[in-house]
Ligand binder design. Sequence first.
Ligand code: HEC
Ligand code: HEC
Ligand code: HEC
Ligand code: HEC
Length: 122
Amino acid sequence: MKKGLISIGVLAGFLLSLLMVTGVFAKDVVEYNPAYGKVSFTHKKHAETLKIDCLKCHHTWKKGETTGKLCKDCHKAQAEGKAIAAKDAYHKDCKGCHDEAKKANKPAGPTGCTQCHVKAKK
Ligand code: HEC
Ligand code: HEC
Ligand code: HEC
Ligand code: HEC
């Protein structure tokens, strides 16, 4: 009996650490490092403070899902089938929303290339 409980604890701990290394818990900030310049995306702020619906970005998840495939699982370097290229997917979503908000005179994120992409100082 006691042995059974211990194994359950070990199993639960193992599963939890597996969830953590596979990164299904959302990070506060997601960083991209393309040659064009680094982009820091404040995931937590966008989702929690700005209260943008998860499905607005994670458009292939079902309502209520908190984890699933990520953008680059489907949006590759080049367009494949119906899925547009990763660069276009991010620009359409990220820059697209900022552009619309700016036009409507609402608080918006960066719309200029080098406002969002910060080049490393040489
Ligand atoms: C403004 C767009 C946006 C919103 C809103 C958003 N996400 Fe994300 N999320 C992303 C992007 C971009 C990534 C990075 C993955 C990638 O680039 O493939 C990500 C990554 C994740 C990950 C993977 C772990 C990580 O942080 O790398 C999880 C889990 C996640 N989001 C859950 C959620 C949940 C739950 C919500 C709603 C409460 C949400 N997201 C809202 C854009 C968004
Ligand atoms: C399971 C695969 C899959 C995942 C994951 C996925 N996409 Fe897509 N995405 C597609 C496909 C297929 C299309 C084209 C058909 C459609 O609109 O559903 C598309 C279309 C889009 C479009 C174009 C919509 C339009 O206005 O025409 C944008 C922008 C986009 N995805 C951004 C993202 C972002 C950002 C993420 C990650 C937060 C993401 N996608 C995750 C498969 C995926
Ligand atoms: C549906 C709308 C929407 C989408 C989608 C969106 N943003 Fe934003 N973003 C905002 C708003 C609104 C602000 C301004 C927040 C403020 O002024 O406090 C913002 C602010 C920012 C900022 C400024 C720093 C900060 O955290 O406040 C950056 C950088 C940024 N966004 C990057 C991104 C990236 C990268 C993506 C795509 C992965 C993205 N955003 C997707 C609405 C959006
Ligand atoms: C709101 C933020 C934002 C704005 C504004 C923005 N980008 Fe991006 N851009 C991104 C994100 C996020 C990615 C995806 C990075 C990745 O996949 O590693 C990206 C990807 C790219 C890439 C592809 C890099 C690679 O190596 O795959 C290029 C090139 C690029 N952007 C150029 C531009 C130019 C030029 C502009 C202005 C017209 C611009 N970006 C405006 C966020 C932005």
